[in-house]
Design a protein around this ligand. Structure first.
Ligand SMILES: [Zn+2]
Length: 65
């Protein structure tokens, strides 16, 4: 009985981690180079930096209209 409870709670923790992770990645409104090659320039789509070719990372803007 105890083992089942442990497995169930573990499964719930893993599920909540998974859902919180996937939902937060959807909230980016803009993307920018992690090395900030172009200063504070941001892109509205994910992609790669034209300067250093690194993957752009999502920026969560705090100024919501
Ligand atoms: Zn760059």
């Amino acid at each position: 009985m105890r083992k089942i409870t442990l497995v169930l709670s573990l499964a719930m923790v893993v599920t909540s981690l998974f859902t919180s992770c996937s939902s937060s990645s959807e909230n980016y409104s803009s993307y920018q180079c992690p090395m900030k090659c172009e200063g504070s320039k941001t892109y509205d789509k994910a992609g790669t930096c034209p300067v250093c070719n690194m993957d752009l990372e999502g920026v969560q803007s705090k100024n919501n209209k």
